[in-house]
Design a protein around this ligand. Structure first.
Ligand SMILES: Cc1cc2nc3c(=O)[nH]c(=O)nc-3n(C[C@H](O)[C@H](O)[C@H](O)COP(=O)(O)OP(=O)(O)OC[C@H]3O[C@@H](n4cnc5c(N)ncnc54)[C@H](O)[C@@H]3O)c2cc1C
Length: 306
């Protein structure tokens, strides 16, 4: 194999996962990010493995399946911040089997999973605790000999060799991609009160409302919102109250849990994820609400393209 000099633009979960795969394959890798973790959208992700707000479905299913296998392996091999966690996506009305279930080895249909809900689909999913996992991922890049530096990149032509373009929403300015759309998501952090299952209810998604409850080691992430085109990073108190009300209705165990904090992030959405080679540049961005879920699958494909 020919060793390539690879510059990765973007130090979120996508760029860093690509860096790990390329370093493992023996390439020379340097990563530049205008912002570094924890000041990236990836740090806001809840993050439960779940293919959400990302297309096209056939490629997303393949990338998700590969990432699920890798996260399962990482959870078993002591990587920081990855915990296999049972949970259920619930529906108010009966539904056909969700499209993504072929990516999951074992999914179980459940009748009346919660009062007021007709059915649910339960499986064991990795929950990736980003404030713990991103430092681990950064450490892995450096341990394998890669470098990660803060740098605002103005043009991909600044570099020789191969460039992996993984700037998330930054693709709007960096490569002028008008198809990129921010999708604002707000979350509330609650104290951990012994919850050990995640829940997702997307029944009201057409209203820009998604309800999810994701337990982590030290807290519980509850969300959320799906505001297309919104870019305000300020926490909206009324939205936080509504999120809490829905989450507590869904999971009554949260009733007494203290609020620890709030956060807002802009999902880097695109009609379809862009993962393709263009000359010496490999584009990998537009992962919407599933950048963590797709990370290792996309990184494998990027490594194959290099
Ligand atoms: C509230 C919320 C909850 C979420 N929950 C989940 C979940 O449960 N599961 C899941 O899979 N996903 C979830 N997501 C989605 C996930 O966070 C994103 O899909 C993912 O973070 C995208 O990763 P990325 O590396 O492409 O982008 P980012 O994390 O935004 O990283 C982009 C990097 O590129 C850099 N960059 C941009 N422009 C330039 C430039 N010109 N020069 C240099 N560097 C540049 C940035 O500084 C940054 O380092 C959630 C998102 C939000 C907001």
């Amino acid at each position: 194999m020919r060793v390539a000099e690879v510059t990765i633009v973007g130090a979120g979960v996508v760029g860093l996962s690509c860096a790990v795969r390329l370093l493992e394959a023996g390439h020379d890798v340097r990563v530049y990010g205008r912002e570094l973790p924890p000041h990236v959208t990836s740090a806001v992700a809840a993050a439960v493995w779940y293919p959400y707000l990302a297309e096209p479905r056939d490629r997303v299913t393949g990338w998700s399946a590969a990432a699920l296998t890798e996260f399962t392996r990482l959870a078993g091999s002591g990587a920081d911040g990855v915990a296999m966690t049972p949970g259920t996506e619930i529906f108010r009305e009966p539904v056909d089997e969700p499209w993504w279930t072929s990516a999951v080895p074992e999914v179980r249909r459940v009748d009346e999973p919660r009062p007021g809900y007709a059915e649910g689909w339960s499986f064991v999913s990795p929950v990736i605790e980003m404030p713990v996992y991103l430092p681990w991922l950064l450490g892995r890049v450096r341990e394998l000999g890669g470098t990660v530096e803060q740098r605002d990149v103005r043009s991909l032509t600044e570099f020789g060799g191969t460039v992996v373009n993984a700037p998330g929403l930054g693709a709007r300015e960096l490569v002028g991609d008008a198809a990129m759309e921010p999708v604002r998501g707000q979350v509330v952090y609650l104290e951990q009160v012994g919850l050990d299952r995640w829940w997702i209810d997307d029944s009201a998604i057409e209203l820009g409302v998604t309800t999810y409850v994701v337990p982590r080691s030290r807290d519980i992430v509850v969300g959320g919102t799906e505001d297309h085109g919104a870019e305000d990073l300020a926490v909206d108190p009324a939205t936080a109250d509504a999120i809490l009300e829905r989450a507590r209705a869904l999971v009554p165990e949260l009733a007494g849990a203290r609020v620890l904090g709030h956060n807002v992030g802009l999902r880097p959405a695109r009609p379809t994820v862009r993962l393709e080679r263009e000359g010496d540049v490999i584009h990998c961005y537009g992962h919407g609400g599933a950048g963590v879920t797709l990370s290792w699958g996309c990184a494998d494909e990027v490594a194959a393209l290099v």
